[in-house]
Design a protein around this ligand. Structure first.
Ligand code: HCI
Length: 394
């Protein structure tokens, strides 16, 4: 059987981890995979997470199954966190999933049951995994214009024109905040316009929100998804706790669906759970229970929010310092967009050859499309990176 197989294409982001590890230069800089790093280059366990883990070990009395939707307390807390009071709770259901990726796959399977072979429109560019995820569920993919590499900004008029052309048979995937890979995001006014268009066309919206709290804060980052939830009759949201709780390897995510009414929400939820059953039956509990504990405990929640604020501010400071370093070196405002972008990434808009040159000549590792992980820089490598970037782009 296996002799017929050809090697599968590698995930380019994951492949970069090994490439970086194999580089023996002390001066190397890792701007690859989307993992937060503190000033010392470490990806720490958040203090609230460590405390919640201790509590879980002390208090959990059984390891029996929890059910297909996973941890119900977690799902409710996540619905609160992401959607707030934007939509009546009887129309919302949540299913814990293995990571934001797992949530996306559950929703993709659900959508392919509702509308087999429908087209999902993805931003150009988007997180590369969106394509195989949607295709594996049986959906088709296409793209909508999003990013202008010349200016580092969103091509908003072109985005709106593309949205206008989509129909009620189509699905559009929107990044809730902190766009991956570009770092260019919609303003609140632009979200309002997007919501107005999709309300008119009836295009189904799937929101991927993997970096809530990494942009401008938990509330501001939820503006778009909440506006959609409060306006549209139906919506799907894939949320991740990998980054904002630093729970990457524990695989914690939540698939949320909103139905036009309670009855539709219940039926839709039964199909979502059926997808979970066919994929893995029930999600792992540990990480979700940690999130549930934190979000339901006043002191732990505050500790988590404070640490998340530090994480966010650290990245914003790096952005400002890097933009300033580039302004001095390039004698231009060409890289000012770095300070305007939000989230963990920025797409520099330089060619793949230049990305290769940065790797080969300067030990700087970033994804081939020129996506850099801002957190990978730390305060101490900003000047070194700016020197390299100015040399390859001059
Ligand atoms: C990212 O770097 O975009 C997020 C982390 C990731 C990358 C590739 C596969 C799974 C997760």
């Amino acid at each position: 059987m296996f002799e017929t197989l050809k090697p599968a294409p590698q995930d380019k982001i994951i492949a970069l981890i090994a490439e970086y590890a194999a580089d023996e230069r002390d001066s190397k800089i890792d701007l690859g995979v989307g993992v937060y790093k503190d000033q010392t280059g470490n990806t720490p366990i958040m203090t609230a997470v460590a405390k919640a883990e201790e509590r879980r070990v002390k208090e959990q009395t059984t390891k029996t199954y929890v059910g297909m939707a996973g941890n119900v307390g977690f799902n409710n807390a996540m619905i609160d966190l992401v959607l707030g009071d934007s939509v009546s709770r009887d129309r919302v259901r949540g299913a814990q999933a293995p990571g934001g990726t797992g949530a996306l796959r559950l929703i993709a399977d659900l959508l392919n049951v509702a509308k087999p072979g429908a087209t999902v429109y993805l931003s150009d560019p988007t997180w590369p995994n969106h394509v195989p995820l949607m295709s594996a569920a049986g959906l088709k993919t296409a793209t909508y214009p999003y990013f202008d590499a010349e200016t580092g900004l969103v091509k908003f008029d072109e985005l709106c024109a593309a949205l206008e052309k989509m129909t009620a048979d189509d699905i559009v995937l929107l990044h809730g905040c902190c766009h991956n890979p570009t770092g260019a995001n919609l303003t609140d006014e632009q979200w309002d316009k997007v919501v107005e268009i999709v309300q008119k066309t009836g295009t189904f919206v799937l929101v991927d929100i993997a970096y809530l709290g990494f942009g401008d804060g938990l509330e501001p980052d939820a503006y778009g998804v909440r506006k959609l939830a409060s306006t549209l009759p139906e919506l799907a949201v894939a949320a991740s706790c990998s980054k904002n709780f630093g729970l990457y390897r524990e695989r914690v995510g939540c698939a949320m669906i909103i139905g036009a009414n309670e009855e539709v929400a219940n039926i839709t939820f039964s199909q979502l759970l059926s997808a979970a059953r066919a994929n893995y039956s029930m999600p792992p509990d540990h990480g979700a229970e940690i999130v549930r504990i934190i979000l339901n405990d006043e002191a732990l929640r505050k500790e988590w929010e404070d640490e998340l604020t530090q994480v966010r501010n650290h990245m914003v400071t790096i952005r400002e310092k890097l933009a300033e370093a580039m302004r001095q070196r390039s004698n231009s405002a060409d890289f000012d967009f770095l300070a305007e972008h939000r989230g963990m990434f920025s797409l520099l808009g330089i060619s793949q050859d230049k990305v290769e040159q940065l790797k080969k000549d300067f030990g700087v590792y970033m994804v081939g499309n020129s996506r850099m992980n801002i957190a990978g820089l730390g305060m101490d490598k900003i000047e070194q990176f700016a020197d390299a970037l100015v040399k390859v782009t001059r």
